[in-house]
Design a protein around this ligand. Structure first.
Ligand SMILES: [Zn+2]
Length: 265
């Protein structure tokens, strides 16, 4: 069987002197693990197309349940990601999240578009790393069925004229009154948000894919959103990503600045 598909390399392992084993994210087949003979050298046939983060059109043949790369045509190398430690670390984390959530044989069209668009903006530097990370984390969670409830307070539906809080473990928004009425502390991981931050969360989770990155958030507001998206993803995936720890440690990132947790008065 022959498959021709667009795809992008989300992990790469070198085998022996010449061969490369890659995991490719594709829109129609989800993840495919492909063996690329003799492609270890960049200058080899298929050498560029099996670099981490490369996107290409791949011609893959299947024999006895294994996949082999026949030929490839590069679409984009995202070269600028490889020249920055910050971008490289962040892109590695994104790839890690995808490897953890997408499965083989399932279509992954939205995840593919999300990832490609995120890499595009990461490479060209038109959006900040914090912004891309926030959008990617919230949208990724939403795409795999972990969409939070973002209409307004989950109990009274208000979103204007009230103090709002995002409850990370529950994935719900509450006004102060209803948070208080629910009693039941502990309310660690319940963060105060503005109505503008609620809108940013709604946009990241629900906007059409081609408009997804077309909004702006001020730096201070973004820090709160980054805290929420990162902790929401970790909590609901129930997984710690080493690539995330590496990114945060290397870049000295601390999103707890300016965060207001809910406290009973
Ligand atoms: Zn309420």
């Amino acid at each position: 069987m022959l498959i021709t598909t667009d795809g992008t390399v989300i992990s790469r392992r070198e085998v022996g002197d010449n061969d490369v084993f890659v995991t490719i994210l594709t829109p129609d087949y989800g993840l495919i693990e492909v063996s690329a003979r003799g492609a270890k050298k960049y200058t080899a046939k298929n050498g560029g197309a099996v670099q981490l983060f490369s996107a290409a059109k791949y011609c893959i043949s299947e024999r006895n349940g294994r996949y082999y790369l026949d030929s490839s045509e590069i679409i984009c190398l995202f070269y600028d990601i490889r020249t920055s430690v910050e971008k490289l670390a962040l892109a590695s984390y994104f790839a890690d999240v995808i490897r953890y959530s997408a499965t083989q044989g399932q279509t992954a069209r939205n995840i593919y578009r999300l990832y490609m668009n995120t890499l595009h903006f990461l490479a060209n530097g038109q959006r900040s790393c914090d912004f891309l990370k926030f959008v990617f984390e919230m949208r990724m969670a939403s795409e795999i069925g972990l969409l939070p409830e973002l209409i307004g307070c989950a109990d009274c539906y208000r979103y204007e004229g009230v103090r709002l809080y995002f409850d990370i473990p529950q994935g719900k928004v509450f006004c102060r009154e209803h948070l208080k009425r629910r009693g039941g502390a502990p309310y660690a991981d319940v963060i105060e948000i503005s109505s503008g931050q609620l809108e940013a969360l709604q946009f990241a989770c629900l906007a059409q894919m081609d408009r997804l990155f077309n909004f702006r958030v001020a730096d201070k507001a973004l820090n709160v959103l980054c805290y929420i998206s990162e902790n929401y993803l970790i909590r609901h995936f129930d997984h710690r990503f080493k690539t995330l720890d590496f990114y945060n440690t290397t870049m000295g990132i601390d999103h707890t600045r300016g965060i207001y947790f809910y406290e009973d008065e």
